[in-house]
Design a binder for this molecule. Structure first.
Ligand code: FE2
Length: 283
C-alpha cells in the first residue's frame, strides 16, 4: 500500500494503550476497493460456507404461521440488502482469500514495530468482516485475540469492561474458556453496566480491544461495515496455558493465584502446563 492506514497520531495513540487498554484512533481504510458492498458480496461467495454466518432479516413480533416468508435470500443478497431490519452477516477468516490475506498482513504490518517488543511476534493473523443492519446488538462476550475493529461504514458503540475484574468473570470461567469448555458469551447482570466504557466509532475510526476485555456492541442508525483484524502472541498463549495449569491445581484442591496482567509473562505455569501436555498428563 502506498498510503499508510494508520497516520502518525493514530500510531502514537495505539502505542500508548497497547496491549492493556482500550482506545480509539483513526484509520484511512475508507473507500478501499476490497471493502465495498460489491467486493464483500464477492468475498462471501468465495469463502467456504462454514466461514459465513448470516441472518437475512427479522420477523415482526406478531405474525401468523402461514404468513412467515420462506428464507429465500442467500448471503450475497443479504449483503446487498443490509439496510433491511434485523439482518446481519459475519464473514470469518477472510485471509483465506488471497487479496484479503494481503490486506490483513499489510495493515497489521504497520503496527508490528509497536506490538513485537511488548507481546512478541504477531501470530495467527485472522480477519473478520461484520455487515449489520441498523440497531443490531452483539451480546456481552469476550475474545481470546488481540483485536482492532475498524469502522468502514456507519457507526457503532462498543462498551468495554476491565479484563482483570473477577466480579465480571471469575478465574474458573477463564480457565474453562481456555480449555474449550465454556462459550465466549458471558452472563450479564445489570450492575455490570456502571463498569463499562462506551466507545463510539464512526467510519474512519478504530478501537483497540484488549485480549479478553468483555464487551458488547450496538449498531447505530445506519447499516454498518466493520473490519476486525486480530492476532495472537506468545504472551496470550502463555496466559492461556497458565490458566489451564491453574485449573488442574484447582482440581487437586489448591487455590492458585490468577496469572498476572501485562507485562507479566506467566512463563513458569505456561511451561509447566506445556510439559504436562507433552507427556499426556494434562486432563
Ligand atoms: Fe468481540
Amino acid at each position: 500500500m502506498t498510503q499508510h492506514v494508520f497516520p502518525a497520531q493514530a500510531r502514537r495513540t495505539f502505542a500508548a494503550a497497547y496491549p492493556a487498554s482500550p482506545v480509539k484512533f483513526e484509520h484511512q481504510l475508507l473507500d478501499h476497493p476490497l471493502l465495498s458492498i460489491d467486493a464483500l458480496a464477492d468475498l462471501a461467495a468465495a469463502l467456504p460456507d462454514g466461514e459465513i454466518e448470516y441472518n437475512p432479516g427479522e420477523l415482526p413480533i406478531g405474525i401468523a404461521p402461514e404468513d412467515v416468508p420462506e428464507a429465500t435470500l442467500g448471503v450475497v443478497e443479504t449483503i446487498r440488502n443490509i439496510g433491511q431490519s434485523g439482518s446481519w452477516v459475519a464473514l470469518k477468516r477472510i485471509e483465506q482469500v488471497p487479496a484479503y490475506h494481503d490486506l490483513l498482513h499489510d495493515v497489521l504490518g504497520e503496527l508490528s514495530d509497536i506490538v513485537t517488543p511488548r507481546t512478541g511476534e504477531m501470530l495467527t493473523l485472522e480477519g473478520f468482516v461484520f455487515i449489520t443492519s441498523p440497531g443490531s446488538v452483539t451480546p456481552f462476550h469476550f475474545d481470546p485475540e488481540h483485536n482492532i475493529l475498524l469502522q468502514v461504514m456507519g457507526e457503532k458503540t462498543m462498551t468495554l469492561f476491565p479484563v482483570e475484574d473477577e466480579d465480571l468473570l471469575g478465574a474458573e470461567a477463564h480457565e474453562l474458556f481456555h480449555l474449550g469448555k465454556r462459550h465466549r458469551n458471558l452472563p450479564w447482570r445489570d450492575e455490570f453496566a456502571a463498569k463499562g466504557l462506551p466507545i463510539q466509532i464512526k467510519a474512519g475510526e478504530a478501537i483497540h480491544v484488549p485480549v479478553k476485555a468483555p464487551h458488547w456492541v450496538k449498531n447505530g442508525a445506519f447499516p454498518s461495515i466493520s473490519l476486525s483484524i486480530t492476532w495472537r502472541s506468545e504472551w496470550t498463549y502463555a496466559e492461556a496455558d497458565a490458566r489451564a495449569f491453574n485449573h488442574m491445581l484447582r482440581r487437586i484442591g489448591l487455590h492458585p493465584m490468577s496469572p498476572g496482567p501485562f507485562p507479566a509473562q506467566n512463563r513458569a505455569k505456561a511451561l509447566a502446563w506445556r510439559a504436562l501436555r507433552k507427556f499426556g498428563r494434562a486432563a
